[in-house]
Design a protein around this ligand. Structure first.
Ligand code: GCU
Length: 608
């Protein structure tokens, strides 16, 4: 029997101009905080899929594009139509997982892919149900039992769609259209130096919560005294006056309150005995929040991070961040990293380097990365993919970046490991870009005043000097900057005489440096692409970094080789960016040990 999927009327525009308008009248998604701490029914596993490059599943056959490139069907709207699918006979791929590394016929596919599966469910009376999607790169439209439940744009932030009114006892179907077409006005935009892995790349599940439930909370250690934990709890659907408690028994801390008319209550918990979270002592506490019939238990570390002059203070003490950049590439199997084993392997290599820090490039990673960093004691730089030449003068681009910053901060601001929110990477210093990012910095500070705002900047060059004077620096707490002396700029020895002129009295992090090497390729120190050449770059970088004023952290590019369509050198890159200290198959290159020695013998980096 041909299974027909009735798709609802959509009012989105799609067209050659790669614009799309916010889709009117569609339910918005939300982000349920600490959703990974709630009981959930997983929808991970095999889903039927169908590639749909012409969007036939969304629009009528006879539609056309109007003058603005918007797709209109014959009635002039965007009509969902009966379309002919037979999901049951379609191939399957695994969720979570990008589609590119699962099927040869999807390896270079870029476009819309329809996912479908069935699940059996027994709704409990008085409960509300949410469909949780850990990430769908790049845009998603979800339907349950043929009813549209939400849409989302942003390939790396999780979202939750309420399905209470459409889920039913017994058999249910869920259909999710994921479209990873790169957009000129997307975030990121059309060009990046990473693989555009499409699909449901992280866990998918269904959560049931009480009619009034805790959908958001924020708790942090007071910076000034470190003697109390402050924050708020929000209870979705709660009447004013709903009793809320927050308890951290092991810290002898507790607070009670009642919700206001908006379902929110501020809390302050004096703490009698608290082991501060740090890389050396990544102490996590059970934090139990109750509100009416809802109980949510999270595991949290408590610490403070701040800037004092040109120093970064963790728990009031100056710290140097010995780190490395990490892409969300799965060790060994490649494709998107999306399970605890991937994260433990990657952060395990950071620890083996003697590192205490990682820059999660260039987009929010799977939440399991932050959970693992909380547990292992690795400080994190978290970033949204405002990358290279975005269309900074277009209002919708800022709205998209803002939405991703909002969702990223909301998901991770209760994770002790995250200390820096990065708003951009290597963006051209134009008036429009600086205005855009000044707004971004202000927005992040307003969303989370307990952490530091940063960005990875380009630096200006003179014959034998580098100058850090980007106007955006005035809006950042910590200034990140990328340099490739010895790789894109001259020989490794150039670092020996390079001067650095820094126009800000703020902490700096060199957020990228390094060079490429194919693991196992050996030759003379002067032979590019050999492990020896890459190691030479690192050897000459270390003394130079010690000469940079206000340097308080470093994250060389990059921990592990990763797939990128712009890296096609046959026999060397073969579709991978080879600047990894470790190959995608886990082979440590010579440069790994150069950096490890510098981190372990303390010869690079001064905390003050
Ligand atoms: C840039 C960019 C990275 C890129 C790297 C490289 O600085 O930020 O995303 O992969 O350089 O050229 O390898």
């Amino acid at each position: 029997m041909v299974r027909l999927v009735l798709l609802l009327v959509l009012s989105a525009g799609v067209g050659f101009s790669q614009e799309e308008k916010p889709v009117a009248g569609m339910p918005a998604s939300t982000v349920l905080v600490a959703s990974d701490r709630r009981a959930a029914m997983t929808l991970d596993g095999d889903w039927h899929v169908m590639a749909d490059p012409y969007l036939a599943g969304l629009y009528s056959f006879h539609g056309a594009f109007d003058a603005n490139g918007y797709f209109k069907d014959e009635e002039g709207g965007i009509g969902g139509k009966l379309v002919e699918y037979n999901f049951a006979k379609m191939p399957t791929i695994h969720v979570p997982g990008d589609w590119n590394t699962q099927k040869e016929w999807l390896r270079m596919y870029e476009g819309a892919l329809w996912y479908e599966r069935h699940f059996s469910y027994q709704p409990a009376k008085g409960q509300r149900e949410f469909l949780h999607i850990g990430a769908a790169n790049y845009r998603a439209i979800a339907a349950v039992n043929g009813k549209f439940v939400c849409q989302h744009e942003g390939g790396f932030t999780s979202f939750d769609c309420e399905i209470t009114d459409v889920i039913r006892p017994g058999d249910n179907s869920v259909v999710i259209e994921v479209d990873d077409t790169r957009l000129a006005n997307g975030v990121p935009t059309l060009k990046t130096d990473w693989y555009n892995y499409g699909g449901l790349t992280r866990d998918v599940s269904i959560m049931a919560v009480p009619a009034a439930f805790i959908d958001d909370f924020e708790l942090h250690l007071d910076r000034a005294t470190r003697s109390k934990i402050e924050g708020y709890v929000h209870v979705e659907g709660a009447a004013a006056g709903t009793a809320v408690t927050v308890a951290i028994p092991e810290a002898g801390a507790k607070a009670n309150g009642v919700t206001d008319a908006d379902g929110r209550v501020a809390v302050t918990l004096p703490v009698k005995r608290l082991t501060l979270w740090s890389p050396e002592t990544p102490k996590l506490y059970q934090v139990t929040l109750t509100a009416g019939a809802d109980t949510l238990t999270d595991t949290m570390g408590f610490r403070t991070v701040e800037v004092s002059g040109d120093r970064i203070l963790l728990n009031g003490k100056a710290i140097f961040l010995h780190g490395v950049c990490i892409h969300a590439e799965a060790p060994y199997r490649t494709g998107r990293a999306n399970n605890e084993e991937d994260m433990t392997t990657l952060l395990g290599w950071v620890k083996q380097l003697g590192g205490n820090f990682a820059r999660l490039a260039h987009y929010p990673h799977d939440e399991q990365m932050e959970r693992t960093a909380d547990r292992m004691g690795v400080l994190l730089w978290s970033e949204v993919p405002v990358y290279w030449a975005e269309q900074f003068d277009r209002p919708e681009v800022f709205e998209k970046a803002k939405s991703q910053m909002h969702d990223n901060i909301r998901r991770d601001r209760d994770k002790a490991s995250v200390i820096l929110w990065s708003i951009a990477n290597e963006t051209p210093s134009t008036e429009a870009r600086t205005a855009f990012l000044m707004r971004s910095a202000a927005y992040v500070k307003e969303q989370d005043p307990t952490r530091l705002v940063t960005a990875a900047l380009l630096v200006r060059g003179e014959v034998n000097a580098k100058i850090i004077d980007d106007p955006l620096g005035q809006a950042l707490d910590v200034i990140g900057f990328n340099e490739y002396i010895g790789w894109y700029e001259g020989a490794p020895e150039r670092a020996d005489t390079m001067e650095w002129k820094v126009m800000y009295d703020k902490p700096l992090i060199v957020s990228e440096f390094g060079g490429g090497a194919k693991a196992g390729l050996h030759g003379g120190d002067g032979e590019r692409w050999t492990e020896e050449y890459q190691a030479e770059i690192y050897k000459h970088q270390m003394p130079m970094l010690n000469r940079i004023p206000h340097l308080r952290g470093m994250t060389p590019w990059v921990l592990m080789d990763f797939r990128s369509p712009v890296r096609q050198l046959p026999g060397v890159q073969d579709g991978f960016n080879r600047k990894g200290l470790v190959s995608d198959q886990g082979m440590k290159k010579k440069a790994f040990f150069v950096l490890q020695k510098a981190y372990q013998d303390g010869s690079v980096g001064k905390a003050e």
